[in-house]
Design a protein around this ligand. Structure first.
Ligand code: FAD
Length: 497
């Protein structure tokens, strides 16, 4: 029996934050978009701590911001870290000063089952045809070009969709990503393992930091402690990959032993009980989650979100990269579908900007790890930038350097090592300067250049989403590159190029 074939402009694989955001941003421009999601939402996912630009920038553009605001997620003003040389925890705030905290200098801590469901419903609201319980099986290819996909429908029938573009947003377990070409390169530096579970009635930090993410470094690695409501907390340990064997046996015991090793987390959980039922009842393990695909596009196909790359959970960059890459991809698709920009230029712009954003976070996170030293720790010794890690970083920075700073000629191993060390020191100095104040003032996020660089693009997206036509015109990223339109939904040729 011939499979039923339908036609769309864009077929999106996966309805996580990347897929639903892309679908909303393209469908709202009137294009025919289908989203195929293999689960029935709401479904569990990790990645609960967000950055402000996702909510006030990308989700404002996609139309989801008001629904998110109504959902009542806890407001995250920043992060509190027991990390680096200071024995006391220190706090950074998204706002310039805690007293100036405005409505857009906060992010949310989210239960992903709820958050992702709101975004997927929004994609539907913006006009996308969202189909849950539909698992994509493969691509339809004609020579180099991808022309569509095959999937099994909710009723188990095999189906076919022809589309001008297929976007793989199916996350880290994607089975399509390697069809784009290139290879998935796993990071040695961030080669860790995460073990996580959920607790009721863990302690809370005093206001205004009650709903901040708390990250605590200890000998075997570091913990996240994310308050998801007044009583529910997500708790995870990031440790060396080699721990995998120990954890196979009894994850409950392994997590307990790690908690006992970390006095601050043990204290926060001293009166808490682990959730043992429902979506939060399981102790889960994730490993090998830091990687990037060496190419993100092929004619007729793009990768966004975790299908393309992910770096490390310490600074909540996952959902940011997922939704930001979808914004970039949506601009490219909207522009090409309407004949505003040719395909090659649009794809090149998408890939160059996405790689730069991944790259600045990668570099920032290396500096962040470098800031914490523990001479006796196997985990932290491995996180020192050494001759062994530099070639990997160098290769990576060169990859992005070509399109971003034009500095790649300067990027020999020594210069890179120095720059990372300087970044790290500058950040540590900023922490020292603010955190040492007895008035409890927090470290402004933008107080050091490495953080400023990492947050620059996110800040821009947020600013432009708020200001629209009134935003400053932006400069192209490379000679002849494109710039975003005032409404943020297209690329335009740069007038300064
Ligand atoms: P996903 O959220 O994985 O969504 C992909 C969707 O595709 C899923 O719904 C899946 O069911 C669907 N799918 C898969 N295959 C198919 C198929 N064949 N057909 C149809 N549908 C399919 N990020 C943060 O921002 N903050 C954090 O605090 C944070 N903590 C993290 C902690 C850990 C330990 C890890 C590993 C990651 C963390 N992340 C965090 C990262 C975050 O989880 C991801 O970056 C984010 O979920 C990526 O979104 P996505 O839409 O690309 O993919």
């Amino acid at each position: 029996v011939a499979a039923k074939t339908e036609e769309f402009d864009v077929a999106v694989v996966g309805g996580g934050p990347a897929g639903s955001t892309l679908a909303a941003l393209v469908a709202k421009q009137g294009h025919r978009v289908v989203v195929l999601e293999k689960e029935n939402f709401p479904r569990y996912q990790i990645g609960e701590s967000l950055l402000p630009s996702t909510i006030h920038g990308v989700c404002r553009l996609s139309g989801a911001a008001d629904d998110l605001a109504e959902a009542g997620f806890p407001l995250k003003r920043g992060g509190t870290f027991r990390w680096g040389a200071r024995p006391e925890p220190w706090t950074f705030a998204f706002s310039v000063s805690p007293r100036m905290a405005g409505p857009t200098s906060v992010a949310y801590q989210v239960e992903r089952s709820k958050f992702d469901d709101i975004l997927l419903k929004n994609a539907r609201k913006q006009g996308a045809d969202v189909r849950e319980g539909c698992s994509v099986r493969g691509l339809i290819e004609e020579g180099e070009r991808v022309r569509g996909l095959t999937y099994s429908g909710a009723d188990g029938s095999e189906r076919e969709i022809r589309a001008k573009y297929v976007v793989d947003a199916s996350g880290n377990k994607s089975r399509l990503y390697n069809k784009v070409g290139g290879t998935r390169e796993y990071s040695d530096f961030f080669r860790s393992l995460a073990l996580f579970g959920y607790f009721e009635n863990g302690k809370r930090m005093p206001q205004p930091n009650r709903f901040n993410i708390l990250c605590v470094a200890f000998e075997s690695g570091w913990f996240w402690y994310i308050p998801l409501s007044d009583t529910l907390t997500s708790v995870g340990a990031v440790v060396r990959r080699e721990m995998a064997d120990k954890i196979q046996g009894d994850p409950e015991k392994a997590l307990r032993a790690l908690i006992d090793e970390c006095p601050m987390i043990a204290d926060y959980l001293s009166e808490a009980t682990r959730v043992t039922e429902g979506q939060y009842g399981e102790i889960r393990v994730r490993k090998d989650y830091s990687y990037h695909q060496t190419t993100f596009t092929r004619p007729g196909m793009m990768l966004v979100g975790d299908a393309a790359c992910f770096v490390d959970p310490v600074f909540s960059s996952g959902v940011h990269l997922a939704t930001y890459s979808s914004l970039l991809a949506a601009r490219s698709l909207n522009s090409v579908l309407e004949g505003k920009v040719d395909e090659d230029a649009a794809m090149k712009e998408f890939e160059a900007r996405y790689r730069r954003e991944y790259g600045v976070f990668y570099e920032f996170l290396v500096s962040f790890y470098e800031m914490h030293r523990d001479e006796n720790s196997y985990f932290w010794q491995a996180k020192k930038v050494t001759a062994n890690t530099e070639p990997e970083l160098q290769a990576f920075v060169e990859l992005i350097g070509g399109v971003s700073s034009g500095e790649q000629g300067l990027m020999n191993a020594e210069a890179l090592g120095e720059r990372l060390a300087e970044n790290s020191e500058e950040f540590a100095t900023a922490v020292e300067k603010y955190a040492a104040n007895d008035d409890g003032s927090s470290v402004p996020l933008f107080s050091s250049s490495v953080v400023r660089n990492a947050m620059q693009e996110a800040g821009q997206v947020q600013m432009r989403a708020l200001l629209g036509e009134d935003a400053e015109p932006e400069a192209p990223m490379f000679p002849g590159g494109l710039v975003s339109s005032a409404d943020g939904l297209y690329w335009l040729p740069s007038t300064t190029a």
